[in-house]
Design a protein around this ligand. Structure first.
Ligand code: ATP
Length: 214
């Protein structure tokens, strides 16, 4: 495929995550990837709860999707995407990409992944098929373990490194601050802070608040 063919389709960045909750780091990263990766839009693909993994901190799918939707209002090129919430679980990126391609044949998807995930990419389900059919853009993400920076020269064809800033925010930190009663206004969009506060999500005594509270 030559460069001209690639650029005729609308370019969509596939940005998957649990978004528990979405924070300003996700949004700043997506904004800079629009330019760094030459994308028309970035879709925030909310991953569902995994029935085989118990994570008591993880809010239910509807709650996380609602926060992503609220956070991205007024961001015309950043879109919430709930497709995985309707698919069989556990969800695999390969299946999601296949579904998105069949639902949106006019769009071209680029997988956006952090350097930490890239180090484990060869263990992903159908990783070779993803690599063969999808452009991948790896953005810098502080390594959780001992891994260092990725050597751009070692990346296979179709995979590029994006030069995006490191933003020192994580969902873990947001949840910890809420549980400790500390403010999160500089870490998440105002609409998200308001929802978390109103629903009592992530509060230390919030066992009864997982998911919806009317
Ligand atoms: P948690 O702290 O719960 O592990 P998280 O903040 O890493 O969550 P995820 O929902 O896992 O958020 O994020 C989706 C993707 O966004 C991840 O693959 C991660 O690489 C990336 N990401 C999250 N926060 C940042 C950040 N501050 N800068 C760059 N990338 C980020």
């Amino acid at each position: 495929m030559n460069q001209e063919t690639i650029t005729t389709a609308r370019q969509i960045g596939f940005f998957g995550g649990s978004f528990n909750p979405i924070h300003n780091g996700h949004i700043a990263l997506a904004r800079s990837l629009l330019e760094a990766a030459g994308l028309d839009e970035v879709w925030f693909v909310v991953s569902p709860q995994n029935p085989f993994k118990q994570n008591s901190d993880l809010l239910d799918d509807a709650a996380r999707m609602a926060m992503v939707t609220a956070a991205l209002e007024g961001e015309p090129r950043l879109k919430p995407c709930g497709v995985e919430l309707t698919m069989p679980r556990p969800s695999y990126t390969w299946h999601t990409l296949c579904r998105l391609r069949s639902e949106h044949p006019g769009l071209q998807f680029t997988l956006l992944i952090g350097g930490d995930n890239w180090e484990r990419f060869d263990r992903w389900y159908h990783s070779a098929d993803i690599l063969a059919t999808c452009r991948i853009v790896v953005y810098p993400r502080r390594a959780q373990g001992c891994g260092g920076p990725i050597d751009a020269g070692s990346l296979p064809a179709g995979v590029t490194m994006a030069d995006t800033p490191l933003i020192d925010i994580s969902s873990t930190e947001v949840r910890r601050r809420v549980a400790e009663g500390l403010p999160i206004d500089t870490l998440v969009p105002p609409a998200v802070a308001a929802m978390i506060s109103k629903q009592g999500w992530y509060a230390a005594n919030a066992d009864a608040c997982r998911g919806n509270r009317s």
